[in-house]
Design a protein around this ligand. Structure first.
Ligand code: RBF
Length: 164
């Protein structure tokens, strides 16, 4: 039996040439958000999205992502897909649960309401180590996997689907 491989199987030969992609990222937990944004941009570029066609904007925290994504999509009607990136790490209060829930619901709503694909680039981690590993910069010999790669591929795939 084939070995189970966790995660998404990307479509082969994704071609992002001509696509315009918006990245909105938080400044909360920036040392983890930064490599995620870098991984996203590198993957977009290697799939043919030009540097001029990648628009990057930032917001304070994850809770701001839905509103900012909505407004930036409205301000830039030529954008084909939005990738909203943030990192939530569970603390000792209920903030994590409320922000995670409303951010994810909000981003889904922005996509459905705008008719433009919005990719959920929000990590909701129980520990800092989980967050580092999901940004590909894990500690103690576990580099992990940069989820920005998957988000870039999802954005291109959904943008192309939306153009059909
Ligand atoms: N924003 C994040 O992007 N990630 C977090 O882990 C995070 N944790 C927060 C914890 C607390 C206790 C508070 C008050 C805010 C946190 N925020 C976090 C910021 C939040 O998303 C938002 O920017 C602010 O609440 C302002 O609306």
């Amino acid at each position: 039996m084939a070995e189970f491989e966790k995660g998404v199987v990307p479509r082969k030969d994704l071609n992002g040439a001509g696509l315009r992609i918006l990245i909105v990222h938080t400044r909360w937990n920036l040392s983890i958000v930064d490599p995620l944004v870098k991984g996203t941009i590198e993957t977009l570029r290697s799939a043919g999205v030009t540097a001029e066609n990648i628009l990057v904007r930032d917001v304070p925290g994850a809770f701001e992502l839905p509103f900012a994504s909505q407004q930036l999509l409205r301000q830039h009607p030529d954008v084909d897909a939005c990738i909203s990136i943030g990192v939530l790490i569970k603390g000792s209060t209920m903030h994590f649960e409320y922000i995670a829930d409303s951010t994810c619901h909000g981003l889904m709503r922005v996509g459905l309401d705008s008719g433009k694909p919005v990719v959920l680039g929000v990590l909701t981690c129980l520990t800092e180590d989980q967050a580092f590993e999901r940004a590909g910069i894990g500690r103690q010999g576990h580099a992990g996997h940069n989820h920005g790669i998957d988000w870039a591929q999802a954005a291109i795939e959904m943008a192309l689907l939306n153009k059909k």
